[in-house]
Write a protein that binds this ligand. Sequence first.
Ligand SMILES: C[S@@+](CC[C@H](N)C(=O)[O-])C[C@H]1O[C@@H](n2cnc3c(N)ncnc32)[C@H](O)[C@@H]1O
Length: 271
Amino acid sequence: MTAASDPLAGEGWLDRVHCEDALQGLQRIPDGSIDLLIADPPYGLGKDYGNDSDKLDTVEYLRWTEQWIDAALPKLKANGSLYIFLTWRYSPEIFVMLKQRMTMINEIVWDRRVPSMGGSTRRYSSVHDTIGFFAAARDYFFDLDAIRIPYDEQTKKARSRAIFVGAKWLEMGYNPKDVWSVSRLHREHKERADHPTQKPLEIVERMVKASCPPGGVVLDPFMGSGTTAVAARRCGRRFAGFELNPDYCELIRQRLAALAPSNQQDEQVTG
Ligand SMILES: C[S@@+](CC[C@H](N)C(=O)[O-])C[C@H]1O[C@@H](n2cnc3c(N)ncnc32)[C@H](O)[C@@H]1O
């Protein structure tokens, strides 16, 4: 590939979902250019993404995980951060890998609000994702005000004891906790696209608003249905990402094209 035809050369890598293997594409993203990494890799559970990416055995899966982590982390700016979606099966091993390279800020539990209808019979039914939040350095970017959760009038009134009046958390909203209770995207959900592990915009937009400055760049090595790209556009951030499955790349193109005109840009999916 010549420099002229390389979609990742120069500024051409920005605001694009590249339909290729993240391990290849990451090599051409400039080091120190990314504010926020959002990674939602295959979980090592054998899910079908139209490829074999989730069919590795434990040893291969952890080896591959370490490879992409080492390819992705140098892309972060000095005050950048990473959110990684995992399940309980491999979060212990992967958190250890990341703690050797970054500062762990939070373990966030995403309660997927799975309805109670029977479930596992020889263990407790697993109804959450484990999300790791890591920072490259102690002075990492974090905009708490952008993600405060406002009180409704009734609750606000109930908390309005004299000692609390004027408190920022009461007036502007409270600080989100580390358990995020957000419904998974069931088949009839209005946001739902044709992808088996699509994440809710509410979750990804909170990450973007808190951890990427306006106009900054979010990188997602495993785009899937493109939730990170859509969230970045809706929040006025730039993005780049990779996805192996060409059908999902087309899905991302459609989701971006369906955004309001103020969130649109030209060519968005390459490869
Ligand atoms: C868990 S899903 C991501 C879902 C996404 N966060 C969403 O909201 O739709 C993981 C995705 O990574 C893709 N993938 C797996 N291995 C990859 C690789 N080496 N490079 C790029 N994409 C890959 C899979 O095809 C799958 O769509």
